[in-house]
Design a protein around this ligand. Structure first.
Ligand code: SF4
Ligand code: SF4
Length: 343
């Protein structure tokens, strides 16, 4: 079996991992069949999250049978100690295991959140306790924001980082990957197809990523054919000139009109969490999860419709995105008055 080391964890894993988001969309039976298929084909790293609906529970149907063969990673959004302790217990119960290999602080979006996690009463304290009790083995962090992960690594508290990386989102290659290599931190790549935007060149996108110093790439998979296609790309990672050209062409066709979640535009004086609006919209438009995204959007106290078009954010966006217009589209997709078609 093709394996690589996941940084300082020393865990031996196949560089193709299994992203646990899409199995929310298939039945328990189909998820079991798919996971067993993937494991029997040599995939031995599975990533999920408390936030991914029934993903943990579906994985929990399969993992106990293959416990010695599979590295399991999950994550939770809690920032405080008590909340994270409860999340860990819930994950153990869902996954039906006594110990989780990697538990990650999920989607850390600011230095303030990182400070909160690492404070005396923060989530990290719960993770350390769980580690001492043998409930988890390693502690990781995930973020869409490279500078947050760079800062987290500088504080030397995490064994793995998880970050989006692909031909469109290349920021991690500038400094993060080198820092991880220097500190022997495992690098887990999410959104390898830019949230499905690079779907026409999926194998080429995986090859592109694996030609960088990363440990494992975790595309979401919901069919056996996707498992086969992705595995064949990983087994033969040489990116041909033809593949590179097609991938580049697809990336260019997407243009530049999408948010990179850098938050240079923040804060909005009216309290709109601009980058989060676009993350939810990506789940709606590209990750094929309109119902989940809509529910989340509609639970917010302040949403895209609270934009008063002052223009401050647009002046600060380094990509010169038409944020005001894009926020209107977000609300058109997920605002209350437009949802009758989603059942
Ligand atoms: S234009 Fe809208 S989103 Fe941007 S800063 Fe002003 S109120 Fe906030
Ligand atoms: S809208 Fe622009 S500035 Fe704001 S997070 Fe997205 S890319 Fe960054």
């Amino acid at each position: 079996m093709l394996t690589a080391k996941l940084g300082r964890t020393e865990l031996e894993i196949n560089p193709l991992g299994f992203g646990g988001i899409p199995i929310q969309r298939i039945s328990f039976e189909a998820a079991t069949e798919l996971l067993e298929y993937a494991i029997n084909k040599g995939i031995n790293f599975i990533d999920t999250a408390r936030l991914y609906g029934d993903s943990e529970a579906k994985i929990g149907q399969v993992i106990p049978k293959y416990r010695d063969q599979v590295v399991i990673a999950t994550k939770a959004m809690s920032r405080d100690k008590a909340g994270m302790a409860a999340e860990i217990e819930e994950s153990l119960k869902n996954l039906k295991v006594n110990c989780i290999d990697i538990y990650q602080c999920h989607n850390v979006r600011s230095i303030e959140q990182l400070d909160q996690i690492l404070s005396d009463d923060g989530a990290y304290a719960a993770l350390l306790e769980a580690k001492a009790q043998g409930k988890i083995k390693f502690i990781g962090i995930t973020s869409h924001k490279t500078p947050i992960l760079i800062e987290a690594i500088r504080r030397d508290k995490f064994d793995t980082v998880q970050v989006p990386f692909n031909i469109i989102e290349q920021e991690p290659a500038k400094e993060l990957f080198h820092l991880c290599k220097e500190k022997n931190i495992g690098v887990i790549i999410m959104k390898p197809l830019a949230g499905g935007a690079l779907k026409d060149n999926a194998p080429a996108s995986l090859k592109y990523i694996l030609n960088h110093p990363v440990s494992v790439v975790i595309p979401g998979m919901e069919s056996k054919s996707q498992v086969d296609e992705n595995l064949s790309a990983v087994l033969n990672p040489t990116l041909t000139d033809e593949e590179a050209r097609a991938l580049q062409a697809e990336a260019e066709s997407l243009g530049n009109r999408f948010c990179r979640k850098c938050d240079y535009c923040a804060p909005c004086p009216n309290g709109v969490d601009i980058s989060f609006m676009f993350i939810l919209d990506a789940y709606y438009t590209r990750y094929n999860m309109p119902e989940w995204a809509t529910n989340r959007y509609r639970s917010l106290k302040i949403d895209a419709s609270n934009c008063v078009e002052c223009g401050q954010c647009e002046a600060k966006c380094p990509y010169e995105l038409p944020i005001i217009e894009m926020l209107k589209e977000v609300h058109k997709h997920m605002g209350k008055e437009v949802h009758e078609h989603i059942k």
